[in-house]
Every structure is written in structure tokens, then in C-alpha cells.
Design a protein around this ligand. Sequence first.
Ligand SMILES: Nc1ncnc2c1ncn2[C@@H]1O[C@H](COP(=O)(O)OP(=O)(O)O)[C@@H](O)[C@H]1O
Ligand SMILES: [Mg+2]
Length: 254
Amino acid sequence: MSTAPPAVHVSGLHKSYGKLEVLKGVDFSVAAGSIFALLGSNGAGKTTVVRILSTLLKPDSGTAGVAGFDVLAQPERVRASISLTGQFAAVDAILTGRENLVMVARLRQVKNPGQVADDLLRRFGLTDAAGRRVATYSGGMRRRLDIAMSLIGDPPVIFLDEPTTGLDPEGRIEVWKEIQGLADSGTTVLLTTQYLEEAEKLADRIAILHQGTIIVSGTLADLRKLLPAAKAELVERQPTLEEIFLAVVKKEPS
Ligand SMILES: Nc1ncnc2c1ncn2[C@@H]1O[C@H](COP(=O)(O)OP(=O)(O)O)[C@@H](O)[C@H]1O
Ligand SMILES: [Mg+2]
């Protein structure tokens, strides 16, 4: 077991919007260098958690820390340690892919913006499309460019809020490959998703946010232990994450 402090730590988080109590005591932590999936239905409060962790929103109570810094006491340090990519790509469609990257590199005042842009284009398989306006890119290419942009300045922790929502299956697979690559290079990734398959494919640990709290969390293997394997004569079939999810949130399969 690693003794490194967690890259993200959340304890007793509460948040209401007016009378709507969205987070009712959320606790989890994310090990440095791992991929953590916060899984929940639409409206479960995933974006609310991510906004609190990225200092865009204050919790009503509870604590949250990122890269060893407290979100309330040290918001600038937190912001310097993270990047946030939302569900809707922040890229400028009028500019080319390379121009988008160079612009952000200049804004973040990194050295050699052109070199940084070219390295990221190569890493994300966008070199051939570098000189084309983003308006001509596929959904998967745009999202990859968006993630590439978020890496400028090498933040140790990245938040991906529904990184593949709205993408076709091909685009989704492209983005998964890049997310896996991020974790392989040591970046801590917290992603939110409504897609069970995404959590199953990518995440080292999964937490299910439901009705304001984390109702279960652990590795996929841990979650599988919640349901007995279905036995059919000679074949033993492991429950899918979908079956586990539906069982823990107590819904009937559609
Ligand atoms: N600024 C806001 N004001 C009022 N209600 C909000 C606001 N932001 C989110 N909500 C509500 O809080 C709940 C959780 O939202 P959100 O965190 O966006 O969920 P998710 O990202 O899991 O879909 C939803 O019911 C949403 O409508
Ligand atoms: Mg959301």
C-alpha cells in the first residue's frame, strides 16, 4: 500500500441549492496517479462535486482537499494544481487546433508555446489536423483537443466532467485511450460519468453518488462482491457494473 497522501480528499460535503439538498455528506478520496470514476444518474450532483473541488463553488459544510491544499483555505494553490474539462468542449471552432493550443499556452505563460502545442498535437494524434479549423473536427477530435488543452502547464490532477457524453462510440473509445494515457503518465484523473461501461473500462476505483451520498465505492472487484456471481451449469458469469448499479440504486433493469 502506498502511504502517499490522496490527490483528492472529500469529507462530509454538504451542498444545497435553495431547498434542494444535493450533497448530504459526501466522502471519498482518490489515490495519486489513479483514475477515479464518480458515477451517478443525471442530476445526482456530480458536477456540483467537481465545481466544489475546482473552487468554483463553495460547499455549505464539509472539507475538500486537492493535491494537499484545502479548497476553501488555499483556492489559488488548488487552481494551480488542477485542470477542469467540462461536458461541453471549450475549444474555439474558428481557430485551428494548433492555434487553440498556442493561445492557451500563452495565457498560462508556459515556455515555448509552439513546442508545447506540437507535442500535445502529436500525443493526441492530431498532428495531421493541426492546421484545420476546429469546426471541421469530429466530436472525438474536439474532445481530445479539449483534454490536450487542459494539460498545458502539467497539472497533477485533472477533472473530466462527463468527458464522453454526446460522443459516438468511436469518439468515446478515442477519448478513453487518452484518459488511460494520462493516468499511465502519472496524472490523477477524477472523471464523472453516467456510463457504467466507462467506469468499468477506465477506473481504478468507482464511487456511486446517489440521493446525496456515496452509496458504494471500491474497485470493480469490490463492487462485484456486492452481488453473487450468476451460476449457469458450467459457466460462472460475473455481474456487470450495470447489474450492480441497478441493484444498489434499487431500480429494475429497463
Ligand atoms: N446553480 C443551481 N441552482 C439550482 N439548482 C441547481 C444548480 N446547479 C445544479 N442544480 C441542481 O442540482 C442537482 C444536481 O446537479 P448537478 O451537480 O449538475 O448533477 P449531475 O452533474 O450529476 O447531473 C440537479 O437537480 C440540478 O438541477
Ligand atoms: Mg453534470
